[in-house]
Design a protein around this ligand. Structure first.
Ligand SMILES: Cc1ncc(COP(=O)(O)O)c(C=O)c1O
Length: 443
């Protein structure tokens, strides 16, 4: 066999079977939940410059002061290189953990630096928390829709996700009660409620303050832990913040934080604030995952917090994203066909759109990409195949002009899709349940 032979012609290989993975029967059972996104190839096309991507959730880093950051990084290596380039503790750099406490105080949290574990992004926190608490078959309650990366972690540990309904004010307490009652009736063990209370990804809504205590009470009554994921909490467009669930019930809430949206996602620095009793297990889980989070990146964040006007930078991000949100909402108002509805985010990155009966957003996506606009179809944000009439639009990355143009193109595609549905009936794909890897957030 020569290297140039196509795989079909290799001796012993069956024609057409060269795509089969020879390691298939070696994988652990838990990998069954790990499926590659069927739309990955499409996203390769969607990232071409002529396509307006409203699909990804990439922060708009152009607003960062790159010049002063680069000077600061050079100083860091010159002054603290032997520490910055060395292993550190699994717990994270102590000064950074103290600074993180100050940040969380802005949302009413009084945490102790000892109870913080620095992670490689809050995605690692999600993975660790699921690893610590979930056996296969355990139930995790999560808003419907929910963050695709969290659904991926739950699937990887074979947890069963039960979605809990949201409305414009976030998670609905009565549906939480009902989901818990059903799980108890069915003899299922609910391990935790996973919730994104502020500027939800993908729904764009915020949990009403008056619901927060009630949700915590319900979870405490049923002996269910709360995992609060809050990467967008400081990105309210009017500078508004909301009391963290963690601030109201420190013993029953694991809090996940991140510098990805308020500073730099590529540094991959996040954290978990655990109830004191959980902290030790969390450190051990972190140690087995990475030995320690990258010291250099932690020191970059720590220096940035100590020497930059980071609150001013967050204000700049808020203004930037507010301008883009405004562009998206006014374009939706102007162009979307009748029968479409969408949420009105007052912070964060996303608008959640519901389209009329008969339109399937997953089936429509290739046509949208052909019309040079991309979005994230709704099914990826549910673990149960729901979401075919929904889509997530991100306004964080494109310029306001591109957003307006993207929505205009999307509305045109929707119009023709609705026309097709009226003429021939609905166009559906088979229900593809999320979560899919990679999440659309990196596109
Ligand atoms: C709700 C939510 N949680 C967690 C993450 C992961 O963030 P990180 O970059 O800190 O891993 C994201 C990223 O988009 C997110 O939207």
């Amino acid at each position: 066999m020569t290297a140039s032979q196509p795989p079909e012609h290799r001796p012993g290989s069956e024609p057409g079977r060269h795509n089969l993975d020879p390691h298939l029967d070696r994988y652990a059972a838990r990998t069954a939940g790990m499926t590659a996104s069927e739309i990955r190839a499409l996203f390769a096309v969607a990232s071409r410059p002529e396509v307006v991507s409203l699909a990804g959730g990439m922060p708009n880093l152009a607003a960062l002061p790159l010049d002063s950051l680069s000077g600061q990084m050079a100083e860091l290596i010159a002054e603290e290189g032997l520490v910055a380039l060395q292993y550190g503790s699994a717990h994270g750099v102590p000064t950074l953990r103290e600074q993180i406490c100050e940040i969380m105080a802005m949302e009413g949290i009084t945490g102790h630096p000892d109870d913080i574990v620095v992670t490689v992004g809050s995605q690692m926190g999600l993975d660790m928390v699921t690893r610590l608490f979930c056996d296969p078959g355990d139930v995790v309650l999560a808003e419907g829709p929910s963050y695709v990366g969290a659904l991926g972690s739950f699937a990887a540990y074979q947890a069963q996700v039960v979605h809990v309904e949201m409305d414009d004010n976030g998670l609905v307490p009565d549906t939480l009660r009902a989901a818990l009652a059903t799980a108890e009736r069915e003899g299922k063990r609910v391990k935790f409620l996973y919730t994104i209370p502020n500027f939800h990804n993908p729904a764009g809504v915020t949990l009403a303050v008056e619901r927060r205590a009630e949700i915590l009470e319900i979870c405490a009554e049923h002996d269910v832990l709360v995992v609060e994921d809050n990467p967008y909490g400081l990105l309210g467009f009017d500078g508004q913040t909301y009391p963290a669930l963690r601030s109201m019930d420190p013993d029953n809430v694991v809090y996940l934080g991140s510098f990805s949206k308020t500073f730099a996602s590529g540094l991959r620095v996040g954290w978990v604030l655990a109830p004191h009793a959980v902290r030790e297990k969390l450190v051990l889980a972190a140690e087995s995952a990475t030995l320690c989070p990258p010291t250099l990146n932690q020191l970059v964040v720590s220096r940035y917090l100590a020497t930059h006007d980071w609150k001013g930078q967050i204000k700049t991000f808020q203004e930037n994203y507010r301008e883009r949100r405004d562009a998206m909402l006014s374009a939706l108002e102007q162009h979307m066909p009748p029968g479409c509805t969408w949420t009105q985010p007052d912070g964060g990155f996303y608008v959640w759109v519901t389209v009329p009966e008969g339109v399937d957003t997953k089936a429509m996506l290739p046509r949208a990409v052909t019309a040079r606009v991309a979005y994230a179809s709704g099914t990826g944000f549910y673990a149960d195949g729901f979401g075919s009439r929904q889509m997530r639009l991100s306004y964080c990355y494109p310029t306001p002009e591109r957003i307006r143009e993207g929505v205009r193109r999307l509305a045109g595609v929707l119009e023709s899709e609705m026309e097709l549905a009226r003429t021939f009936g609905s166009v559906t794909t088979r229900a593809v349940s999320g979560p899919q890897f990679p999440g659309p957030d990196t596109v």
